[in-house]
Design a binder for this molecule. Structure first.
Ligand code: ATP
Ligand code: MG
Length: 367
């Protein structure tokens, strides 16, 4: 079939370390989708290495191109220096702000594979508020007059505006996941209940900030009972959230959390389904989506050609899903899962001996 649709324009920002290896891998798979959408890729600069060369971590040209020309982007990974470097701030944080990517979305799904023996069965989606909480970076240090010693403070921001829009996304995604489960029996493997949104907070301690968060997200359903009536809503204190996630991860569907709690539980959840090398994420706004593997730049293995490309490839699938191509996303997920199920072609982080390129080729064959 011929298509008259204009190509999807996607910005590619490999940035640092293994980002330079896994982003080309993901690009190759997007280009190889059978009867897939037409893509136009633009290579864009950013990152700590770029900062060391030029003094800026995120050139204005990258922001402008993404804003004015692209529908989505794929971001590799950025090295975070362990100590403060004058003039440097994370380009990923800045990009989220410039493009108003207010939610970080992380599907955490178990896939049968000899690489993950004794894996728990789960299929959850973590939605992390991405613009506020302690990440507003309002910190200060003073000398405590009573002791003469240093004391440091941080402000935490929770707004009704940000909580409401991310809460709304959570209920909408609960409904769309339910729809997908109905269409595709494979997706019904674990979840047989009503769609469910779990609201994570700690309002027993932080009654004003977490209290506002909890109340605002609850109100999304309470004020739209017609739309969200079929979605169950529950609450979970963040500490018991972690406990329950390790004890009974199969009891979660969509989980929505403020920025910092979301950061912590999503790394914990990644540990339940194998390695950092397989977990994708997407930064989602109302008009732009940016896929981003959960792992960092992995300086210990960068340049060796053995980085696991699966997290980046799944991030590309997530990007497709959010750009309105769930059927192609689904094909890409299936091809990746088939390679994992085989267990024949795996990178060293999953106990295999294959290279990045060999894994890409194996996934291409399944496609
Ligand atoms: P950064 O500062 O960029 O976050 P990091 O040192 O924290 O760097 P991560 O990328 O977070 O490194 O990775 C942590 C560990 O997991 C490293 O040992 C790394 O090699 C491994 N790892 C991460 N991603 C992958 C991948 N895609 N393939 C293989 N191993 C990976
Ligand atoms: Mg890291």
């Amino acid at each position: 079939a011929t298509t008259t649709m204009s190509p999807l324009k996607i910005g590619l920002i490999p940035a640092d370390g293994i980002g330079k290896e896994v982003i080309p891998a993901a690009q190759k798979l997007l280009e190889s989708l059978p009867n897939g959408p037409k893509f136009e890729f633009v290579q864009l600069d950013a990152g700590f290495e770029y900062f060391k060369k030029t003094g800026t971590a995120l050139p204005q040209a990258t922001i402008d191109t993404l804003k004015s020309e692209c529908q989505g982007a794929l971001f590799g990974a950025v090295s975070s220096p362990s100590h403060k470097v004058a003039g440097y701030s994370s380009p990923i944080v800045a990009l989220r702000k410039h493009l108003d990517l207010y939610a970080n979305v992380r599907p955490v799904v178990s896939v049968p594979s000899p690489a993950f023996p004794n894996q728990r069965e789960l299929d959850m989606l973590i939605i992390r508020e991405n613009t506020e909480c302690l990440y507003i970076k309002s910190e200060r240090q003073e000398i405590d007059t009573a002791t003469g010693l240093k004391v440091a403070y941080a402000d935490r921001k929770i707004s009704e505006y940000a909580s409401k829009r991310v809460g709304t996304m959570a209920f909408n995604m609960a409904l769309s996941r339910q729809k997908l489960r109905e269409q595709k029996p494979m997706n019904q493997r674990f979840w047989k209940n009503n769609p469910r949104v779990t609201i994570v907070h700690k309002s027993n301690v932080m009654s004003i900030t977490d209290g506002l968060w909890r109340e605002t997200v609850r109100a999304v359903k309470e004020n739209n009972s017609e739309q969200y009536g079929s979605v169950d809503m529950e609450e979970q204190l963040v500490d018991s959230m972690v406990y329950r996630m390790f004890r009974e991860p199969e009891t979660f569907d969509v989980v929505v959390a403020p920025n910092l709690y979301g950061d912590i539980i999503s790394d914990g959840a990644a540990a339940l389904v194998g390695s950092l090398g397989v977990v994708p994420s997407a930064n989602v706004g109302d008009t732009f989506v940016m896929g981003e593997p959960v792992h960092g730049s992995a300086p210990d293995i960068a340049g060796k050609g053995i980085a696991n490309p699966i997290a980046a490839i799944r991030s590309a699938a997530l990007l497709l899903e959010h750009l309105g191509h769930p059927e192609h996303a689904s094909k890409l997920y299936d091809a990746v899962n088939a390679v994992l199920a085989d267990g024949q072609t795996l990178t060293p982080d999953l106990g295999g001996i294959s290279t990045t390129d060999q894994v890409v080729d194996a996934i291409l064959k399944k496609l």
